[in-house]
Structures are given as C-alpha cells and as structure tokens.
Design a protein around this ligand. Structure first.
Ligand code: NAD
Ligand code: MG
Ligand code: MG
Ligand code: MG
Ligand code: MG
Length: 341
C-alpha cells in the first residue's frame, strides 16, 4: 500500500503562526527547526539548561532563550529536540510540571513515546514531525527555498485538531515543499532504529572495517585499502540515492557489475538476513531500548567502551592521513571533532 503524502496546499501555515512554539534543545535538529519556524513567521523561543553552551549560539541567531521550564510554561507547542537519552528525565523534571493542558508535545523521533519512557497526560496532543535528513541539511535546504521530506504522525489527538497542527508545522520547517509522509510512532521508531543498526550505521561500518582488515592483513597498503573500501563508498551511495541500485550498476564498469552479482551474495549470505531479523526483534520487543537506556542511566560505560574501541581501529588513523590529502576535508573533520552546530 502506497504511503499517504501531503504537500504545500494540504497545509495551512496560519495554524502554527497563531501558536507560541518552544524548541527544547539547540543541536542538529533544534537549530534548524527554530530558525526555519522563525523565518516562516512563527513566534519561537529556545528552551535550554542554564549554562548550556548552546545558549550563546541561539542568542547570536537572534532567538529568545528561556530555561526549559519557562519555555514550556510559555508555549502552546513544546518541541522536544534534546538527545533521546535525556528526554525522559528532562520531561519528568522540567516539562511535565509546567506543560499546560491543551498544548502539544512534538517530537522528531518516536523513541521515548513508543517505548513508554515518556507518558504524557491525556489532555495534550502528542505528535511528530521528523525530517528525513540531518538538521544542517534541513536548514540549508530551507534557506535555498527547498525542503527535506518529513514523516508526520499523531499519537494522541486530545484537541481534535492535531493533524492541522502537524501539517502546519511541517510546512513551516520546509517539509511540505518536498512532501510529508504519514506514518505512526511505532513504524517511525522501529524502522529508524533498524535502518541505522542493520544497514546505515552498524552494517556499513562493520562492512568497511572487515574489507579494510581483509586487504591490509593480505599485505596491501592501508592507504589503498582505505580508498577502495571506504573513500569510494560515497560515490557509489550518491548513485544509489540518485537512481537506485540499478543506476549504480549502470554507471560502474561491467566488470564491477558482474563482480557485484557473483560476490555480493557470497559476502552477505542469507544468514545475515536471519541476523537482521534478530536485530529487528530486539528492537520491536524493547530489548535494545532497555539496554541503551540502562547503560545511559549508569553513565554509559558500555557506550563509552565501544566508542573508544571504534576510534582505535587502524582504519581511523589511515583515514585521517588520506583525508588530509583533500584540502576540502580539513574543515569537515574539524567541525565534528570540535562539536559545532
Ligand atoms: P543533538 O545531540 O544534536 O542536540 C541536542 C541538543 O539538546 C544539544 O545541542 C543541547 O542544546 C540540548 N541538550 C543536551 N542535553 C540537554 C539536557 N540534558 N537538557 C536540555 N537540553 C539538552 O540532538 P539531535 O541529533 O538534533 O536530536 C534531537 C532529536 O531529533 C532526537 O529525538 C533525534 O532522534 C531526532 N532526530 C535527529 C536527526 C539528526 O539529524 N540529528 C534526524 C532526525 C531526527
Ligand atoms: Mg533515521
Ligand atoms: Mg535514529
Ligand atoms: Mg575501484
Ligand atoms: Mg555499468
């Protein structure tokens, strides 16, 4: 069944323009939502912890900054864009005591609602507008007069007008310029987690590392291995994004295409799909969510250990060397190592 989609004409901007919107958090998504809303004529304030390094950034952009509690008490719509692992505590301590009956809670990922870490009272609307792209792309596309597609859904429609609000918000952040796809909190949460774990982040990273290890253990130079199993990935992915797997095969040589058919299924064997089903099952029954949240609550010992192990893989040192050959890469690495918005 094809997904239901909404565009500019399906949404009324005046709905969100008549509301006071508090954007909680000013990171990747937070800065993009706040600035796009403001530029769409919406009254916005940013809610941040006292002493947060984001306060100066939001103020520099000309946005009013309040504490999370003040922003929540002030707003008609509270947009929760703090990291997923802090949202539950933030909600119970700073948002729940101040949120007004009749207001709306808006998320960009369904994790905390779907797995029950946040349980809003039944007199508020609970909705989602989730851009299908990083926050920096959401802002850049909006400024260019375009938009990034968004997922939209309503979990709790207390007011009876939650859909009008969702579509209006989607329009204000630029989403309906590209198209808004209707989903549910359950579908968004489970497919998002599965995609990032099995394919996009987990699957691809492991595939690259195994490819790098196989070549370097066979005596090939690490720089060569890096180019062949990592650097060129972007070129392949760009083709897939533009025209699907078929365009990628069309653009590559016949040699590459034949090798794809012969060796792809030898590397990614059917038991990989069985493992994917196990990963999906752990997502669906909450096993993954519990493991993540329990570790975070304990100060993230497992997370920190895994991150350190990943950073010490030999491909990272080779990658830094190779990327320094590209002048345009220097600033990109600096950006993420210094954690700027
Ligand atoms: P982020 O880590 O980039 O930024 C979070 C911001 O929240 C910080 O910059 C800070 O301003 C604030 N913050 C951090 N700790 C806080 C605390 N304890 N209390 C109050 N504020 C705090 O987060 P993000 O990646 O923008 O993710 C926000 C939400 O958007 C998440 O639900 C995420 O799943 C969702 N999302 C993110 C992306 C993306 O591109 N990053 C895409 C789609 C959906
Ligand atoms: Mg995702
Ligand atoms: Mg995600
Ligand atoms: Mg090649
Ligand atoms: Mg070809």
């Amino acid at each position: 069944m094809a997904a239901e989609k909404f565009y500019e004409d399906d949404a009324d901007l005046s709905v969100i323009q008549s509301k006071k919107v508090a954007v909680i958090g000013y990171g990747s998504q937070g800065h993009a939502h706040a600035l796009n809303l403001r530029d769409s004529g919406v009254e916005v304030a940013v809610g941040l912890r006292e002493g947060s390094s984001s306060v100066a950034k939001a103020q520099e952009a000309g946005l009013p900054v309040k504490t999370v509690a003040e922003a929540t008490a002030w707003a008609d719509v509270v947009v929760v864009l703090a990291p997923d692992q802090v949202q539950a505590t933030l909600y119970s301590t700073e948002i729940e005591p101040h949120i007004r009956p009749g207001s709306a809670l808006l998320f960009s990922h369904g994790f905390n609602i779907h797995f029950g870490y946040i349980k809003p009272s039944d007199d508020i609307d609970v909705v989602m507008v989730a851009p299908k792209g990083p926050g920096h792309t959401v802002r850049r596309e909006f400024e260019a007069g375009r938009g990034v597609p968004v997922l939209v859904c309503v979990e709790q429609d207390s007011s009876g007008s939650a859909w009008d609000l969702v579509l209006s918000y989607a329009k204000a952040v630029g989403g309906t310029r590209a198209g808004a796809i209707r989903t549910t909190f359950r579908e968004e949460t489970e497919t998002d987690l599965f995609g990032e774990q099995a394919v996009l982040c987990g699957g691809v990273s492991q595939l690259i590392q195994y490819g790098f290890e196989t070549l370097t253990e066979a005596g090939y130079q690490p720089e060569m291995a890096y180019f062949e199993v990592c650097h060129e990935l972007k070129l392949i992915v760009d083709l897939i994004v533009e025209g699907g797997i078929s365009k990628q095969r069309w653009s590559c040589s016949d040699t590459a295409e034949y090798g794809d058919y012969i060796s792809g299924p030898r590397v990614i064997t059917p038991d990989v799909k069985e493992h994917m089903k196990e990963v999906l099952s752990d997502i669906q029954d909450g096993t993954f969510a519990k493991r993540f949240m329990d570790d975070q609550a304990a100060g993230a010992p497992e997370f920190k250990k895994l991150r350190a192990a990943g950073e010490s893989h030999p491909i990272e040192a080779t990658g830094r060397e190779v990327r320094s050959m590209f002048a345009w890469r220097a600033d990109v690495d600096k950006d993420y190592t210094e954690g700027s918005v």
